[in-house]
Design a protein around this ligand. Structure first.
Ligand SMILES: Nc1ncnc2c1ncn2[C@@H]1O[C@H](COP(=O)(O)OP(=O)(O)O)[C@@H](O)[C@H]1O
Ligand SMILES: [Mg+2]
Length: 303
């Protein structure tokens, strides 16, 4: 056992005397759990947002496995920087835009995604040069500073020359508008950009690694524990527990959070009020890797 005294968040503390149903219900509200890398990335994104415009703007690439918190992180930044209405100028200021990369590196789809976010109506049949001109113009008008492109790995959905063209386009709009581009995607996105030297130099690499049994994971688990309205201390951050949690989850934050929330629900319903290795083992949790194998077996593929 550990001597550490757990510290609950104010919300978790308030919930301690609530009914089981209320406490279980609270588990599915998804509060953002902060962790070291996320904090550093948010600080950097904020620094870019508030830096003076430059003709050679820095950009970021947040690369990691699927289900490892990329979208949640950039959404948090976007939600903290929503468009505002400037009363004096009677104009909308929109410093941050979040879009998803279209399934293929298609310039028209890309511009249309931006225009859609800005609620700018445009004829879908308009010629590309017009769509591009409109997009650049409106981005300048709203004072765009940071463009977030999620699922950037979709760049691979095109032939090599389309990929090149699209990378050039990114560089062009970044220069032209003096905006920072923040790309999110699988590690393969990183490789695609590395093939473009001029662009690589501009993109800072911010990996979101798979979680493993180390200090950072211990801190993360302590933070998650502090949000759980359980009446007893669980000590999620003991070495054996970390091993188990990392093993069962495959090390992505999405699975870690889901596993622990399910364990917390069981701990509340059973009256155990704490999560230990026995409780985790009793969940019958199938690790993502084994889920995949089982699905492949059903489909008749070899694992
Ligand atoms: N910082 C976080 N705090 C709490 N839950 C998180 C956090 N990051 C991710 N998650 C959980 O993981 C799931 C997957 O995250 P997401 O950002 O969609 O992953 P990715 O974009 O890397 O595929 C989310 O739906 C959420 O439940
Ligand atoms: Mg995502």
């Amino acid at each position: 056992m550990t001597n550490r005294v757990r510290e609950l968040t104010a919300t978790a503390k308030e919930l301690l005397n609530s009914s089981d149903d209320e406490r279980v219900g609270s588990l599915s509200r998804e509060p953002f759990v902060s962790y070291g890398t996320a904090k550093r990335i948010l600080i950097r994104m904020n620094a870019l947002l508030h830096s003076p415009r430059s003709h050679r703007p820095a950009s970021m690439l947040i690369a990691g496995a699927t289900n490892n918190g990329k979208t949640m992180l950039v959404r948090r930044f976007t939600d903290a920087n929503l468009p505002v209405h400037d009363e004096d100028a009677d104009a909308v200021i929109c410093p941050v835009i979040y879009i998803q990369m279209p399934p293929t590196p298609d310039a028209r789809q890309f511009y249309l995604a931006i225009l859609e976010k800005l609620h700018v109506p445009i004829q879908r049949t308009a010629v590309l040069s017009h769509v591009q001109a409109q997009t650049l113009k409106i981005c300048k008008i709203v004072g765009l500073k940071v463009l977030i492109i999620d699922e950037l790995h979709n760049i691979h959905g095109g032939r090599i020359e389309q990929q090149r063209y699209f990378l050039n386009l990114l560089r062009y709009i970044s220069n032209e508008l003096e905006i920072h581009i923040i790309g999110c995607g699988l590690a393969s996105a990183l490789r695609a950009l590395q093939s473009d030297e001029q662009l690589t130099n501009r993109f800072e690499h911010w990996p979101l690694p798979i979680w493993k049994n180390d200090k950072a994971c211990k801190v993360l688990l302590n933070t998650i524990e502090s949000t759980l309205p359980l009446r007893r201390q669980s000590s999620l951050s003991e070495t054996e527990m970390i091993e188990r949690i990392v093993g069962l989850s495959g090390g992505t934050i999405g699975e870690i959070v889901r596993l622990i929330r399910e364990a917390a629900e069981t701990a509340i319903r059973s009256g155990a009020e704490r999560i230990d290795t026995n409780l985790l083992d009793g969940l019958g949790w199938v690790a993502p890797e084994n889920r995949r194998r089982a699905a492949e077996a059903v489909l008749g593929h070899r694992g």
